[in-house]
Ligand binder design. Structure first.
Ligand SMILES: Cc1cc2nc3c(=O)[nH]c(=O)nc-3n(C[C@H](O)[C@H](O)[C@H](O)COP(=O)(O)O)c2cc1C
Length: 336
């Protein structure tokens, strides 16, 4: 039986479908988009540098913010210094977040260079110091997100999960890839399954869940309590609704080109009003459009058009034309 909710202490998370933290993507605007579509049980911020958050750096505070009605929400932090992680966690608790999530999984050079993120998987003793310091600093639930290990020879996620449970962590998320896999590698969810057997706290499975079939496979192959979806949600923000409908045996949800057009343009408008008309907005639009059009017929046309767009208005006009043409093709097919 695939579960339909899970609990992180007193927090009931239903549906048991989690939006993954993604730096440069899952900011407040993107999370609003996903929440507005629905089907998601928990949202997580992009990772925030603990040192910056503890010092009150504005950029870190912006990354850690959430809407008053965005609950349950987890704010994720990374870093190496236990005291800094503990202080950042206190800031998050005071801001009213439901969960503090620690990043033990990020493979990026920026994070690993400071020996945070996934490099902590090689240092279980130090990872324990961090968990212990944060646990002692806050009362709200604490969770940890990690990869299955540092590399193929050191897939120690079950040990780290057991250590976390021991120290009072209340749920863990495991991405099946190792740090060495980066975003490649061959699917191997055995360590997620092993961790699930080892600990009593909820385990969330992550990695390449993109639709109902892959969500079912993650639940069935590992016995996890929930799944987390990252890139699949940028490509298709309706994925949570679709997976939920499948798990509940409801009619499947099909999204047509007109709805995709409406949602993408509304999202562009939201980031424009949030960030103004600078280059960052156009860059963010390009990033999202890149994911969003993968798998769409003629999607590469829009990606190429975006590459050459010099202004936000130009990019919006390309988007309108692309989806109008797609809608016409869809409608002609239905009529014909
Ligand atoms: C653009 C991008 C940014 C990411 N940023 C974070 C992050 O800030 N914190 C984190 O724990 N993982 C981060 N990840 C990893 C995702 O949370 C997730 O574990 C990974 O993408 C695998 O899930 P998926 O196959 O559903 O995308 C990021 C991934 C991507 C693609």
């Amino acid at each position: 039986m695939i579960p339909t909710h899970y609990n992180v202490r007193h927090l009931r998370i239903e549906p048991n479908l989690v939006l993954a933290p993604m730096e440069g993507v899952t900011d407040l605007t993107f999370r609003r988009l996903v929440r507005s579509i629905g089907g998601v049980g928990l949202t997580v911020t992009e990772f925030v540098a603990s040192e910056a958050l503890r010092r009150g750096v504005e950029k870190a505070e912006l990354m850690a913010r959430f809407d008053p009605d965005e609950h349950p929400v987890a704010v994720q932090i990374y870093g190496r210094v236990p005291e800094a992680m503990a202080e950042a966690a206190k800031v998050i608790e005071a801001a009213g977040a439901d969960i503090v999530d620690l990043n033990f999984g990020c493979p990026s050079k920026k994070v690993c260079a400071h020996s945070g993120g996934s490099s902590l998987l090689r240092e279980p003793h130090h990872a324990r110091q961090i968990v212990r310091a944060v646990r002692a600093a806050i009362k709200i639930p604490l969770t940890v997100k990690m990869r299955s290990g540092f590399d193929a020879e050191r897939r120690n996620a079950p040990d780290i999960a057991a250590m976390c449970e021991d120290e009072g962590v209340e749920a863990i998320t495991i991405h099946w890839r190792t740090r060495a896999d980066l975003y490649g590698g061959t699917r191997a969810v055995d360590k997620i399954a092993e961790a699930k057997r080892r600990v009593r706290i909820p385990v969330v499975g992550n990695g390449d869940v993109v639709d109902a079939a892959s969500a079912r496979a993650m639940f069935e192959d590992t016995g996890v309590d929930a799944v987390m979806i990252g890139r699949g949600a940028i490509k298709n923000p309706w994925v949570f609704q679709q997976v939920r409908a499948d798990l509940l045996g409801l009619p499947s949800i099909v999204v047509d080109a007109r709805e995709k057009r409406r949602v993408l343009l509304a999202y562009f408008e939201a980031i424009r009003s949030e960030f103004g008309s600078d280059r960052g907005t156009l860059g963010r639009m390009k990033k999202i459009a890149n994911y969003f059009t993968h798998g769409l017929p003629y999607g590469s046309d829009l990606r190429v058009a975006f590459l050459h767009s010099q202004s936000i208005d130009e990019a919006v006009a390309h988007t309108e034309r692309f989806f109008d043409a797609l809608a016409e093709r869809e409608e002609a097919r239905l009529v014909g």
